[in-house]
Design a protein around this ligand. Structure first.
Ligand SMILES: *Cc1c(COP(=O)(O)O)cnc(C)c1O
Length: 374
């Protein structure tokens, strides 16, 4: 490609292997909740340390089912960071519970365990750490918090397939964990999700809730939804899962090259990684200091380098979560969240980048910083 071609911020892969897998399933006629879904669940289970895995139709459904399986509902509070995708809090509201927004650790962008502890009340039932951008939350501290206050942990691992905290894969810590296979995630199945749980009873409940409350047809045991995954999606997911470890390694290689290039520059802060963490760089998110973020993003766009802001508006400032939108909504004081929302910028880090393209990203950031500071 020429040096001036646009570098997109994400590049979902739909290759020949994915297309062949989809066609093979369509020709087989076994298209829903069949052998591909079962195979995908087994292979994903191996990937998250052998826990039970239940495939569903989205990451949002995976969060929703986890909350339903624990019977969390009206009157219950769930601790959740506001600095996340709206799905995290939407799932809590969808079961009728109240999201209690907690500030982040400014280093990891994940939930601040001390702030979470300070937000516990007698109504708190669960805590939902989000492994944002592919960096795991501090699951040691979250585990201690949960044990002290008898809370369920629901991991939002939608951005963190393959991330590790202290030697354990994310998705193996919580009572349940939710993964997303939306196209821009580290792996995809067009749309899709997975719930993981170490608990066999919870796994059985998740399977019931996914399928109208039935294990045997018309022998309904509980009220359930239809959140099933198609076999076409599962077959694509299996092809992608086989490539995930290599892709994550390539993301880390790209991130290391970005780190080295950006270290020379003033006005930009590269993403730190905790000593216990293996980051999978769903996003490579820097801070642009001194109020220059939006101007730098515009300069990058003109230089042919795509970038994105996740998230310009924290969840607590989105319309459904404003104080007047629901009787249990409140005002929140989340300074680290507000600062991150104003400063963060995600640069291309996806595995399709060449070394030359990574170097072009660094050079474009250097030029942009110089331009906006003149
Ligand atoms: C993508 C995402 C979700 C939702 O996943 P979908 O598959 O899009 O429903 C939930 N939480 C976070 C943090 C996400 O990034």
């Amino acid at each position: 490609m020429s040096d001036s071609s646009f570098i997109p911020p994400a590049k979902p892969e739909i290759g020949e292997a994915e297309i062949e897998a989809a066609v093979r399933v369509l020709r087989s006629g076994m298209v829903v909740q069949g052998p591909e879904v079962k195979g995908f669940e087994e292979e994903f289970s191996a990937f998250v340390g052998g826990v039970h895995c239940v495939a569903v139709n989205s990451g949002t459904s995976a969060l929703h089912l986890g909350l339903l399986a624990m019977g969390i509902g009206p009157g219950d509070e769930v601790l959740v960071p506001s600095f996340s995708f709206a799905a995290s809090a939407n799932a809590i509201r969808l079961v009728g519970a109240d999201p209690v927004f907690v500030d982040i650790d400014p280093a990891s962008y994940c939930i601040d365990p001390a702030a979470a502890a300070a937000a516990v009340t007698e109504r708190t039932r669960a805590v939902m750490p989000v492994h944002l951008y592919g960096h795991p939350a501090d699951m040691t501290a979250i585990g201690e918090l949960a044990a002290t206050h008898d809370l369920a942990v629901i991991e939002d691992a939608a951005q963190a397939h393959g991330a590790v905290w202290d030697g354990r894969p994310v998705g193996s810590f919580g009572r349940t964990a939710a993964f997303s296979f939306y196209p821009t995630k580290n792996m995809h199945s067009l749309e899709g999700g997975m719930v993981s749980t170490a608990d066999a009873e919870t796994a059985r409940m998740l399977r019931l809730l996914r399928n109208q409350g039935m294990e045997q047809r018309y022998a309904n045991e509980v009220v359930g939804a239809n959140m099933r995954l198609t076999d076409v999606a599962a077959a694509i997911g299996r092809v992608q899962l086989a490539k995930l470890a290599g892709w994550n390694e390539q993301r880390r290689t790209n991130a290391a090259r970005l780190d080295a290039g950006l270290a020379e520059l003033d006005g930009v802060v590269a993403p730190p990684v905790a000593a216990e963490a293996t980051h999978v760089y769903h996003q490579y998110t820097v801070r642009i200091l001194d109020g220059h973020r939006d101007a730098v993003q515009q300069q990058l766009q003109q230089a042919g380098v795509g970038s994105a802001v996740y998230y310009p508006t924290p969840i607590h400032r989105l319309r459904p979560f404003l104080p007047d939108a629901h009787p249990h909504n409140r005002d929140w004081d989340l300074p680290a969240t507000e600062q991150a929302a104003a400063e963060v910028l995600s640069l291309p880090v996806h595995p399709a980048l060449s070394e030359a393209e990574v170097d072009r990203v660094v050079a474009a950031v250097a030029d942009a910083l110089e331009a906006v500071r003149r």
